[in-house]
Design a protein around this ligand. Structure first.
Ligand SMILES: *Cc1c(COP(=O)(O)O)cnc(C)c1O
Length: 347
């Protein structure tokens, strides 16, 4: 099947385009000259929208992508002998090409395992204590992903347990929020209730997968951490000279709630996939569907058939199964067409 006929598929939420609100905000910012590198009214306004979103006076920086947001955030809290505890299949561990140790040379990721894509307080405690003192690296931070890489969501109670353990061990807490909006939409909470109120020190806030062009934010709730952060951004090639266009995307996402609407739409499509696939012969849903991804086990010939029919999705993310990722623009008709093909190929 040719690509054009299959307009939307389930490979990733970064396969989708730009949402109309972001497109309009970019057009609006595209007038006249303003100062470069972030000293402009658009950037100021976008930062204020992020502060309003979190209902707190946080420090906000815009960078080009999530890998930079994560690794620069971690670098801001680590020295060369430190380690960062994170989940086995987290993006920082498996999908960032050693970037944390590149931006903070010497720093090591310390992966821990857990159920359904989540880290548990006990695992953090074990990882921090079971090491050979000065001979091993010194744990410095916990990095957790919300929503997780396996499509689940940490509840406020689970977050409270993790951050308490981290605090007791003297560790900072970083949150990879590439899909933070999907977690907020899923839990029906306010952003503050799963971030700074829970003791998160720094958040990588994703915009790209939620309808942006490209550009994520680093949000510091801990006022001691962003020291010299602009130098880190510049040195790593992440200080945009035409910053107003990274910023304008956030104005488009946040000024009238597109951020949450987009996430809700993606979550809704995944929920529909979950219900429609559940119970089909040979199909097994692998983790609780709580955000915009469904992980599913299906017979090999069905997976091959789906790929042959032009559906895009990954079967190598996480510990196994196929990952079906929904986007801000996924529609019920996409889900229904996919499920029809699954049923047809299972005959
Ligand atoms: C997509 C993603 C990122 C950011 O990836 P970039 O390609 O660097 O923008 C970070 N964390 C998670 C969990 C992601 O899914």
């Amino acid at each position: 099947m040719d690509e054009a006929k299959r307009a939307r598929h389930f490979a990733s939420d970064n396969n989708s385009g730009i949402c109309p609100e972001v497109w309009a905000a970019l057009a609006e910012a595209n007038t006249g000259h303003v100062t470069g590198y972030g000293d402009d009214p658009w950037t100021e306004k976008a930062k204020q929208y992020v502060r309003d979103l979190f209902e707190v006076d946080c420090e906000v920086f815009f960078v080009f992508n999530g890998t930079a947001a994560n690794s620069l955030a971690l670098a801001s809290m680590c020295d060369s002998y430190h380690s960062v505890i994170s989940f086995d299949y987290s993006h920082v561990v498996t999908d960032e090409c050693n970037a944390p140790g590149f931006f903070a040379p010497g720093v090591k990721m310390q992966p821990v395992s857990g159920e359904n894509g989540k880290i548990e307080p006990d695992a953090i405690d074990r990882a921090a204590r079971s090491r050979r003192d000065v001979h091993a690296s010194m744990p410095r931070a916990v990095s957790l992903t919300q929503a997780t890489e396996l499509g689940t969501v940490y509840t406020p109670d689970e977050l409270a347990g993790i951050t308490k353990t981290a605090r007791d061990l003297g560790l900072y807490v970083h949150m990879d929020g590439a899909r933070f909006a999907n977690a907020v939409a899923s839990l029906g909470v306010k952003p503050r209730e799963i971030s700074w109120e829970m003791g998160v020190d720094v958040l990588s806030l994703g915009g790209t997968k939620n309808g942006g062009v490209g550009g994520d934010a680093v949000v510091f709730f801990n006022e001691n951490l962003p020291q010299n952060f602009l130098y880190r951004c510049k040195q790593s090639g992440q200080l945009a000279s035409k910053m107003r266009f990274l910023a304008a995307q956030w104005i488009g996402l946040l000024q009238d709630g597109a951020w949450l609407r987009n996430a809700k739409n993606a979550n809704r499509a995944a929920a529909l996939l979950d219900t429609q696939l559940r119970g089909l012969p040979g199909v097994r849903i692998l983790y609780p569907r709580q955000a915009n991804a469904v992980f599913v086990d299906m017979p090999g010939p069905v997976l091959d058939g789906l790929h042959e029919r032009g559906w895009h999705f990954y079967a190598d993310v996480g510990p196994g199964g196929a990952r079906l990722m929904c986007s801000w623009d996924s529609m019920a008709e996409d889900v229904e067409a996919f499920v029809r093909d699954v049923v047809d190929l299972s005959k």
